[in-house]
Ligand binder design. Structure first.
Ligand SMILES: Nc1ncnc2c1ncn2[C@@H]1O[C@H](COP(=O)(O)OP(=O)(O)OP(=O)(O)O)[C@@H](O)[C@H]1O
Ligand SMILES: [Mg+2]
Ligand SMILES: [Zn+2]
Length: 325
């Protein structure tokens, strides 16, 4: 958390559906049981009458609340016992008529004693996973199918061995992903096309969502278009900007592929600045070189990315091409 408002809305909808489904089913069972065992219907209506008479007895007739409640409890217990015996005579459990909630802990309300229930967190996590899969369109990328044999092992023991270098980056990314927290550093993945930058950043995204963090993945072009649309609309809303600025982990894929403009350079600059200031990790992947980054964005923005982000310089040959020569 925080997730997008769409995730929270979906979670609310799911809980409402679960709750009303359980209640509807309980009503159907009740109607069925009332038809078969009319005595149970009488017990239930006596119960309702007792409850309704409480205020009359206490407020109008001035009876003592404590003793009235004690008497009612005894009558209710007796009624419960009779009801259970009747249900049992038909082979049904005592709680057969109670709504069967998905989560008995919160009766599918998502809250218990003012705290968020685990079931609510779990629904949000699942919805966030779906949102990530929809926005990335690349459900297949994961640490499990990242294959290091695509990178040449030239035998050298130093940093010139592509496989060794990528193995180090792979290990770094796994540690980063599974140990992700709001104090994790930001990362910039640099390198030519088809070297696995998007693949590894999506693998991190999935693991962070799995841990319960709110992650937004967006290609730079799409992100800028969304911000531009919102900025130039008359609505005065800034929900996209807030969502992108405040998520736990923002992944800007393919920085530099967006249409170059004053707007995009300053939007990216502000976003990077704001997130660093607020200690919110960002992962950027780009084909741009250090020089191109500096030319394309303001010196300040480039120096933030190059100076404060952990830099991973991807090496190798286009894996896209190697997979489909
Ligand atoms: N090490 C790897 N093992 C298996 N598949 C890989 C690996 N690296 C990349 N791929 C696959 O190759 C394709 C290209 O990789 P990816 O999109 O991650 O490259 P990229 O570095 O982001 O390229 P670009 O700069 O063009 O965006 C994808 O289908 C990806 O899943
Ligand atoms: Mg990419
Ligand atoms: Zn619950």
């Amino acid at each position: 958390m925080p997730y997008s408002s769409e995730v929270y809305a979906a979670a609310k909808r799911i809980l409402e559906e679960r709750r009303s489904g359980a209640q509807r089913l309980a009503e159907l069972k009740k109607a069925d049981v009332y038809a078969k065992i009319p005595e149970i219907k009488n017990i239930d209506s006596e119960f309702s009458q007792r409850m309704a008479s409480l205020s009359v007895l206490v407020l109008r007739e001035g009876k003592d609340l404590k003793s009235v409640l004690a008497e009612m409890d005894a009558q209710n217990d007796e009624a419960k016992r009779r009801k259970a015996a009747l249900l049992s005579s038909c082979g049904l459990s005592p709680d057969y008529l109670e709504p069967k909630y998905n989560c008995p802990n919160c009766s599918d309300t998502g809250r218990k004693n003012g705290m968020l229930c685990d079931c609510y967190k779990e629904i949000c996590r699942k919805e966030a996973q779906k949102e990530l899969a929809a926005s990335s369109g690349s459900a297949a990328c994961s640490f499990d199918n990242f294959d290091l044999s695509y990178y040449v092992d030239n035998g050298a023991e130093d940093g010139t061995n592509p496989r060794r270098k990528m193995q180090n980056y792979y290990n770094f990314c796994i540690n980063y992903a599974y140990g992700f927290s709001l104090s994790s550093p930001s990362i910039v993945m640099m390198g030519k096309t088809g070297l696995g930058k998007t693949h590894l950043s999506l693998s991190i995204a999935k693991a962070a969502v799995e841990k319960g963090f709110g992650v937004i993945y967006s290609p730079a072009q799409k992100l800028i278009s969304e911000l531009e649309r919102e900025y130039f609309s008359d609505s005065g809303k800034s929900s996209a900007l807030k969502k992108i600025t405040n998520c736990d982990l923002l992944i800007i894929d393919d920085l530099g592929a967006e249409f170059p403009s004053q707007f995009s350079a300053s939007a990216i600059g502000n976003l990077i600045n704001e997130r660093l200031y607020e200690n919110r990790p960002t992962i950027i992947s780009t084909n741009l070189s250090v020089k191109e980054l500096t030319e394309r964005y303001s010196e300040r923005t480039a120096s933030r990315i190059l100076g404060e982000y952990k830099r991973l310089l991807f090496v190798g040959e286009d894996i896209r091409f190697r997979k489909n020569p």
